[in-house]
Write a protein that binds this ligand. Structure first.
Ligand code: S3P
Length: 174
């Protein structure tokens, strides 16, 4: 695996991008960064605060603004927010930055996981059907990733092992 190559994780809320990314980075001895954390650090306020005060369009703009910063990264593991890859052309931009891995799963599993952890403005006050429609709209973007790992039924460690094996195999076959 090229030491300068970034590994970019994409997927819907609840896919485990943060926990998988953190462990993957540790296993590879790389830095781990999350687009959400970069936004929070830059703004000095939480994601729910940004959504509440300025709305979703502002948050999406902050995500877009992040691209220039991400382009400077070398050899890092980057976890993106669930909506990050979805504007037109964004997956191409991410794929130009490194190897993109989609942490996938069926909607029911992801939704249950997403509800369990963290405060997520995209879920708040929304009926499940609306979130399912969001998932369906986003799937074609995630699908453009270089690799997909189906996460339901797997622990974080197993998901990381699958990613490492995909990357190593790819390194061998060239
Ligand atoms: C969002 C997902 C969140 C975060 C923000 C918006 C989305 O990240 O970026 O709340 O639109 O799906 P996670 O996917 O890490 O929950």
């Amino acid at each position: 695996m090229d030491a300068g190559e970034n590994i970019v994780l994409v997927g819907f809320m609840g896919a485990g991008k943060s926990s998988v990314g953190r462990l993957l980075a540790k296993r590879l001895g790389r830095c781990f960064v999350e687009t959400d954390d970069l936004i929070v650090a830059g703004e000095g306020r939480s994601i729910p605060e940004i959504f509440q005060a300025d709305g979703e369009p502002r948050f999406r703009q902050l995500e877009a603004d992040m691209l220039d910063l991400l382009r400077l990264k070398r050899g890092e593991v980057i976890a993106t927010g669930g909506g990050f890859p979805c504007p037109e052309g964004r997956m191409e931009a991410l794929k130009a930055m490194g190897t993109v891995v989609w942490l996938a799963g069926d909607f029911e599993t992801l939704y249950a996981r997403a509800l369990r952890s963290g405060s997520r403005p995209m879920l708040e006050g929304k009926p499940k059907e609306e979130v399912a429609a969001l998932y369906r709209a986003r799937e074609p973007y995630y699908r453009q990733a270089h690799f997909v790992v189906e996460t339901p039924g797997l622990g974080v460690d197993q998901v990381v092992r699958r990613i490492l094996s995909l990357l190593r195999h790819r390194a061998r076959v060239g």
